[in-house]
Ligand binder design. Structure first.
Ligand SMILES: Cc1cc2nc3c(=O)[nH]c(=O)nc-3n(C[C@H](O)[C@H](O)[C@H](O)COP(=O)(O)OP(=O)(O)OC[C@H]3O[C@@H](n4cnc5c(N)ncnc54)[C@H](O)[C@@H]3O)c2cc1C
Length: 390
């Protein structure tokens, strides 16, 4: 049986472990973090394509137990006027509709599912180097331990050690926006739950959604210089709140009041992306998820893309007997789609593309995409699905 090492127990790594295990491979996950995983406390939305990938892994229940569903999106202009109110993704399907949830909770739930299915996942295992041999690949960890396998999957995120140690490409670059996230239970907007509101403000792109128990989740994407690394390492929530309230208060929308009412559970990050054309493979090693194709968060597709990677990689390995051909098949299916997302999301972040009224997702990420649905369908042979691309 093919032995596979997965480096990183984040969203891509855990979902890939579930998929590889389902396909019958011998898989082990090595996660650097000593308990669950790195988490900066932000929330995210899983889109219908991500929920479809989870369903193929029989993991829908794990995720629908968390967060809350989003059925539609309202778009407001800078004066608070409603420009649009449209359904989101596969809103009528209970398993496939969009979901808003905290990133850390999603990650912890996927890790728990990996354990529940009896897949090995070790914590505190920080990869430091890789040796690609003709017949096997060896991973070395910071604690001096080593592990050997037939294939190594680097799912170790934006600042991937796997990508760096195999010189697979340039580092991630700043995409022109800093992003702030926060929460409040005093809901000045007094909104119903079930939809996300996107505010096309004059100074920032702002979004918020209210959970069924009355907590407002919000983000603000602000163009300009990146938040300096020392400020990210030593957060200044009250200063960020003041600056955002002043900036958002220039418009007549609910945004400034929501931020003003927020707790200190406020965080910042810089929108970052992997340059197009970054190599994904070297010998018996492949990078996936953010390590391979992190995009700025404007289209809200990073986690969903990672979940798609997991299903399509496992199917490619399952249905193609020879390793190199399987990895070529995977890359041929994935690269056009994820690079389209990097480009579209980066253009929205840099202000050179207007977000669509349907949520900013490019057409290829909307429901009804037959090629994608075919590629994700667990019961269909991946080689036939790939043939559909031609
Ligand atoms: C603030 C924020 C908001 C976002 N919002 C959205 C959204 O709304 N919708 C959406 O779809 N996506 C969103 N994303 C993107 C999404 O979170 C990522 O695309 C997704 O988490 C990628 O998963 P990953 O597993 O590839 O990487 P990560 O989640 O970063 O996981 C990488 C894992 O590898 C581990 N690791 C790192 N180095 C090593 C090492 N040397 N050895 C072993 N383990 C290692 C880390 O501890 C981590 O657990 C957002 C991202 C951020 C940062």
């Amino acid at each position: 049986m093919t032995r596979i090492l997965v480096i990183g127990g984040g969203i891509a790594g855990t979902a890939t472990a579930l998929a590889l295990h389902k396909a019958g491979f011998d898989v082990t996950v090595h996660e650097a973090h000593p308990d669950t995983a790195e988490d900066i406390g932000a929330f995210l939305t899983l889109a219908s394509n991500g929920m479809r990938a989870l369903a193929q892994l029989d993991a829908s229940d794990v995720v629908t137990a968390l967060g809350f569903p989003l059925r539609s999106m309202r778009v407001l202009d800078s004066q608070g006027g409603e420009m649009a109110h449209v359904p989101l993704g596969e809103a009528d399907d209970e398993l496939l509709r969009y979901r808003c949830l905290r990133r850390g909770e999603l990650n912890a739930a996927l890790q728990a599912e990996v354990h529940r299915r009896g897949i090995r996942l070790s914590h505190g295992a920080r990869l430091v180097s890789i040796e690609n041999g003709p017949d096997s690949v060896t991973a070395r960890f910071a604690d001096g331990s080593i592990a050997t396998a037939d294939l190594l999957i680097g799912a170790d995120g934006l600042n991937s050690t796997v990508r760096r140690s195999l010189a697979l490409g340039a580092a991630a670059v700043y995409a022109g926006q800093s992003v702030f996230y926060g929460y409040t239970r005093s809901t000045p907007a007094a909104e119903d739950t079930g939809h996300i509101t996107m505010v096309r403000g004059s100074t920032a792109a702002f979004g918020y959604a209210v959970s069924p128990d009355g907590e407002t989740y919000w983000f603000a994407r602000v163009a300009g210089d990146a938040v300096p690394a020392d400020e990210l390492a030593h957060p200044t929530p009250s200063r960020w709140r003041e600056q955002l309230v002043e900036m958002l208060g220039k418009d007549a929308t609910p945004a400034a009041n929501i931020v003003a009412a927020s707790t200190d559970d406020l965080m910042a990050t810089n929108a970052t992306e992997i340059p197009l054309g970054t190599a994904w493979r070297s010998g018996r090693t492949l990078i996936i998820g953010d390590a391979a194709h992190a995009a700025s968060p404007a289209t809200g597709q990073g986690a969903s893309m990672a979940l798609e990677d997991a299903v399509i990689l496992a199917k490619s390995l399952r249905d193609t007997p020879e390793l190199d051909s399987a990895l070529s098949l995977y890359e041929a299916c994935r690269r056009p789609r994820v690079e389209h997302n990097i480009t579209a999301s980066g253009e929205i972040s840099r202000g050179t593309r207007a977000p669509s009224r349907a949520g900013g997702a490019p057409p290829s990420q909307r429901p009804g995409d037959d090629t994608l649905n075919h590629q994700l369908d667990w019961d269909l042979d991946m080689r036939t699905s790939a043939g559909q691309m031609e």
